[in-house]
Design a protein around this ligand. Structure first.
Ligand SMILES: N=CN[C@@H](CCC(=O)O)C(=O)O
Ligand SMILES: [Zn+2]
Length: 412
């Protein structure tokens, strides 16, 4: 099957040769073709160029994109889409003055979601989660990472990971699965952290490996959650099963966690709302992708990841949604890009690089996703008519999407 998209006003993120990621000043460069065509061959991008060189393809389906912008789908490298119920009650508690920490200390937060998840059947969790996955696809996401971490029991964690596996099987979107058993300590292990860590290492990980349920391992490295040494144990254990670390770190406090993540070969470090000069030094020259989650900062009113400071230091940066029931009940990557521009002072070029090619890198998908490159997946967003792509972050709350494409076909 061949599709020819013609008269594209702006074709964004055009890369002749595949790149892995962009860093520092390179992030200000978003390669664009004005008045372009794009050819899709089955599930892949096969050609692109200026309209003056547009080929005549007798058998192709023609899509006229006059006035519209075409870009690669968003690559959302950090979500918790699989969960049960919601935490709208805690949302109102926060409006009434409680902090995220105070709610967690009262047994709310992650433990609240864990209780709901363990009381809900696998089928029901799948049905709730697939609606969220369909929603983010319709909002332009074309590759996504999904974490466990609301089970916190052997059965609960396996249940979540099996739901992720089923989503992988049933949807034409690239999904990476991350085991986050180390998301919080269940109440019964509050005074005996090592026993829970042993449960993760000796019972959860071997079972996950047998069923091949995870690509990565994660932990919530944070004051009051997993300490640096506890997270090191988790990372080392995961690596024995081939699971590369992708770690929640520096959300509320900086406790030298980033150094441990880099030393343990983490693919990404995520959150980074609080970051020190030393942390930035450690990231320089490493292969670890820093990931910012601005919708989380927005929703729970915490600082934004200091993008400018990090880009000025030459670091790359990816943007992801953090879709979860507690701190970010949204997976809308358009809002993420807009918020990065408005609140983190990223330029539209930087934000789109961060939400496409760098997001792909943080899921080891840059060879197949994240740019308009021949041979990459035909996963695209076609916008409604716009004057320029600057309107993508500018119109932060307007649905600008005309159609989304996965594997060369319109989704939905
Ligand atoms: N911070 C840790 N984990 C999630 C929130 C989890 C929750 O509150 O349910 C996050 O990335 O923000
Ligand atoms: Zn998260």
């Amino acid at each position: 099957m061949q599709t020819l998209i013609i008269n594209i006003k702006q074709l964004l993120q055009v890369r002749e040769t595949s790149i892995k990621k962009v860093s520092g000043v390179e992030m200000a460069n978003l390669p664009i073709l004005e008045n372009a065509f794009l050819v899709l061959e089955n599930d892949l991008i096969s050609d692109f160029g200026l309209m003056e060189n547009c080929p005549k393809l007798e058998n192709a389906t023609i899509i006229d994109a006059t006035g519209k912008i075409v870009m690669p789908s968003f690559c959302d490298s950090h979500t918790h889409i699989v969960y049960a119920g919601n935490r709208s009650g805690e949302f109102v508690d926060r409006i009434n003055g409680l902090s995220y920490e105070e709610i967690a200390n009262r047994g709310g937060g992650i433990l609240n979601s864990a209780k709901k998840l363990n009381e809900t059947s696998e089928e029901e969790i799948y049905n709730q989660s697939k609606k969220r996955l369909e929603e983010v696809i319709s909002q332009g996401t074309g590759a996504v990472e999904i974490k466990s971490g609301y089970g916190l029991t052997v059965e609960g964690e396996l249940k979540m990971l099996r739901v992720i596996k089923k989503l992988k099987e049933n949807y034409p979107i690239a999904i990476k699965s991350t085991f986050l058993g180390a998301h919080a300590f269940p109440t019964e292990y509050k005074e005996n952290h090592q026993a829970y860590i042993d449960l993760i290492i000796n019972e959860m990980l071997p079972k996950i490996a047998v069923e091949n349920l995870a690509d990565y391992i994660d932990a919530f490295l944070e004051t009051g959650y997993f300490s640096v040494s506890e997270t090191i144990q988790i990372m080392e254990a995961g690596k024995k099963y081939g699971l590369t670390p992708k770690i929640h770190v520096n959300q509320f406090t900086a406790i030298d966690g980033i150094k441990a993540c880099v030393e343990n070969g983490a693919l990404s470090v995520d959150h980074l709302e609080i970051i020190t000069e030393e942390d930035i030094e450690v990231l320089k020259g490493s292969a670890c992708m820093p990931v910012a989650l601005p919708s989380c900062s927005y929703f729970i009113s915490i600082p934004y990841t200091p993008a400018r400071q990090m880009l000025n230091a030459g670091l790359p940066l990816a943007l992801a949604s953090d879709f979860n029931p507690g701190t970010t009940p949204s997976g809308n990557m358009h809002f993420v890009v807009a918020t990065a521009c408005i609140k983190m002072k990223m330029t539209p070029e930087e934000a789109i690089n961060a939400a496409t090619i760098n997001g792909a890198y943080a899921m080891e998908l840059s060879d197949s996703h994240g740019s308009i490159t021949k041979g990459k997946k035909a996963n695209l967003i076609i916008t409604k008519p716009l004057h320029s792509f600057y309107e993508i972050p500018y119109c932060f709350a307007t649905n600008l999407i005309d159609s989304v494409w996965l594997d060369g076909e319109i989704f939905g």
